[in-house]
Design a protein around this ligand. Structure first.
Ligand SMILES: Cc1ncc(COP(=O)(O)O)c(C=O)c1O
Length: 450
C-alpha cells in the first residue's frame, strides 16, 4: 500500500480497515435500520467514528469485546457512568441480591440513609435527594432554586454541558444567549431562561448576576465537556462570593468531576456550594442520580415546601426515582468500588496517561496539549491551554478527532466520543495506559510525516 499523504487519505485507509474487521457489527447496524430510528437506540450513536457503531458483546473491568470478537481497552467507560470499571463485583452482587427482593416500591430502604450519610461525609452537604440521572438531579435542583429565590433565570457558562436540561442547551452568539447548534425543539427562546458568560470571566459574571433575576448558577467546577477547561486561581472564590452577594444559589455539578477524588472537586479544592448534583458512576452505571443541599438551603426548603402538599405533581420526582435497586447499587459502589484506595490508583494511572501523551506531543513537536483532572485526561489539538469554553471549541478539529478515534479503535482502544478523553477505572492497568501511548505515538508519527 502506498503511504497516505493527508489526514483524508489516512482516514479512508482506517475506514476501510474498520469495515473489513467488523462484518458482524456492520450486519447488525443494517438490521437495526429496520426497527430503530436512524438505526441506533440513541441519536448520537450514529456519530461513532467508523460510520457504524461497534456492537458490544460483553464488558468487564476496563475491557469489552465486540460481536466480531475484538477486545478493547475501554477509556470511554460509558463516558463516566462506568468509571468504576464495567460490572464491578460488589455492585453486581448487591444488585442481584436486591433485585431478587424488590426493585421499586415507592418506599424508602435503609440504603437511602446509608447513601445520604456517605454523600455528606464525602461532599459536606447535609440533605440529599435521589433521581435516576444527573440530568434529572440538575433539573430538580434548578426548580428548587427557582422556588426558593422566586427568580426566573439560571446562569451557566458558555460550552457547558449538564445533560438534556432545557435551560442549558444554549450558547453565546455575539453576546446573545441563543439555542446551541443542534438543540432539538427548544421550548422557549433560550434568552428567556438563561444568562450565560464565558468560563473564568469574573467581570461578565458580576454584570449578569447584578440583574438579580438569577435563581442559581449551575456549573461544573471545571468544564469537562468541551475538553477540560480548568478554573483559574481565584475564580471559584469570586464565583462563591458573587453568588452570595447577589442572592443566587450556587449549584456545583460533580457528575464528571468526581474523577478528582473521593469527594470530587468540591472536597479536593474546598468548595462550598449551596447545592451539589451527581449521577453516572455513583451507581456503577445502574441509573442513579443524587442532589444535596447545604444545611441552610435544606432548612429553608423544608420550611418552604409544605409537607402535606408535596404531591407528585410538583415537577420533581419520578415514579421509579430513588428505587431500592438504584440505592443498593449506590451503596455498594460507594462502599466498595469508588474507595480512597481506588482513587489513588486511578489518579496515578491518569498521571501516567498524561505523561505518555506529553512525551508523544514533545517527541513529534505537535501543536497540541494535554490536560488532566484526577483520573480524567484529555488532549486537544491546539498548543495553548484554553481559558474558556470558546477557546476550547475553537481548538476542535473534527477530521483529526475522527481519525484519532478510529485509529485507536482499529488498534483495540476506545476513546470517549466527541472528545479525546480517557478515564481510568480501578480495573485499568499500566499496560492499558502504555498501549494507548504506543498507539497515539504511531498515529502522531504518521501524521508528522505529512
Ligand atoms: C457534567 C454533566 N452533568 C450531567 C450530565 C447528564 O448525565 P446523564 O446524561 O447521565 O443524565 C452529564 C452528561 O454527560 C454531564 O457531563
Amino acid at each position: 500500500m502506498t503511504r497516505p499523504v493527508s489526514v483524508d487519505e489516512l482516514l479512508n485507509r482506517e475506514l476501510e480497515l474498520f469495515e473489513r474487521e467488523h462484518p458482524r457489527s456492520h450486519e447488525l447496524s443494517r438490521r437495526a435500520e429496520r426497527s430503530l430510528l436512524s438505526g441506533v437506540p440513541m441519536p448520537w450513536m450514529i456519530r461513532w467514528a467508523g460510520g457504524f457503531p461497534v456492537f458490544a458483546a460483553d464488558a468487564h473491568g476496563a475491557r469489552f469485546r465486540d460481536v466480531d470478537g475484538h477486545e478493547y481497552v475501554d477509556f470511554c467507560l460509558g463516558d463516566t457512568a462506568a468509571m468504576t470499571g464495567h460490572s464491578p463485583d460488589p455492585t453486581v452482587r448487591a444488585v442481584a441480591q436486591q433485585a431478587a427482593h424488590g426493585i421499586t416500591l415507592m418506599l424508602p430502604s435503609e440504603d437511602a440513609i446509608w447513601v445520604g450519610e456517605e454523600l455528606t461525609r464525602r461532599f459536606g452537604l447535609s440533605r440529599w435527594q435521589f433521581s435516576l440521572t444527573a440530568t434529572d438531579a440538575n433539573r430538580f435542583a434548578i426548580r428548587l432554586a427557582r422556588e426558593l429565590t422566586g427568580r426566573p433565570k439560571i446562569l451557566t457558562f458558555n460550552w457547558c454541558y449538564h445533560g438534556t436540561v432545557d435551560e442549558t442547551v444554549a450558547t453565546l452568539s455575539r453576546g446573545e444567549v441563543v439555542a446551541r447548534e443542534g438543540n432539538v425543539g427548544p421550548p422557549v427562546p433560550l434568552a428567556e431562561t438563561t444568562r450565560m458568560v464565558e468560563w473564568n470571566d469574573i467581570d461578565a459574571l458580576e454584570l449578569e448576576l447584578a440583574h438579580r433575576d438569577v435563581a442559581c448558577v449551575l456549573t461544573e467546577p471545571a468544564l469537562t465537556n468541551i475538553g477540560i477547561v480548568l478554573a483559574e486561581p481565584g475564580f471559584h472564590d469570586a464565583l462563591r462570593q458573587l453568588t452570595r452577594t447577589h442572592g443566587t444559589l450556587l449549584i456545583i455539578d460533580e457528575t464528571h468531576t468526581l474523577c478528582a477524588g473521593l469527594g470530587g472537586y468540591t472536597a479536593a479544592y474546598g468548595l462550598d456550594p449551596d447545592v451539589l448534583t451527581l449521577g453516572k458512576a455513583i451507581g456503577a452505571g445502574i441509573a442513579a442520580g443524587a442532589y444535596g443541599f447545604s444545611e441552610d438551603v435544606g432548612e429553608r426548603l423544608e420550611a418552604m415546601l409544605p409537607r402535606d402538599e408535596r404531591a407528585d405533581v410538583g415537577g420533581i420526582g419520578g415514579t421509579v426515582a430513588a428505587n431500592v435497586l438504584s440505592l443498593a447499587a449506590m451503596r455498594a459502589t460507594l462502599a466498595e468500588v469508588l474507595t480512597e484506595d481506588a482513587f489513588a490508583r486511578m489518579i496515578a494511572l491518569g498521571e501516567r496517561f498524561e505523561a505518555g501523551v506529553t512525551g508523544v506531543i514533545e517527541r513529534h513537536d505537535l501543536p497540541w496539549h494535554v490536560t488532566r483532572l484526577g483520573c480524567r485526561v484529555e488532549y486537544l489539538f491546539r498548543r495553548e491551554r484554553p481559558r474558556t469554553g470558546s477557546d476550547a471549541a475553537a481548538g476542535g478539529d473534527a477530521e483529526l478527532d475522527r481519525l484519532i478515534h478510529l485509529y485507536a479503535l482499529n488498534r483495540g482502544i476506545l476513546l470517549t466520543p466527541f472528545h479525546n478523553m480517557a478515564l481510568m477505572s480501578p480495573a485499568t492497568t499500566e499496560a492499558d495506559v502504555d498501549l494507548h501511548t504506543a498507539v497515539f505515538d504511531e498515529a502522531a508519527r504518521e501524521l508528522a510525516e505529512f
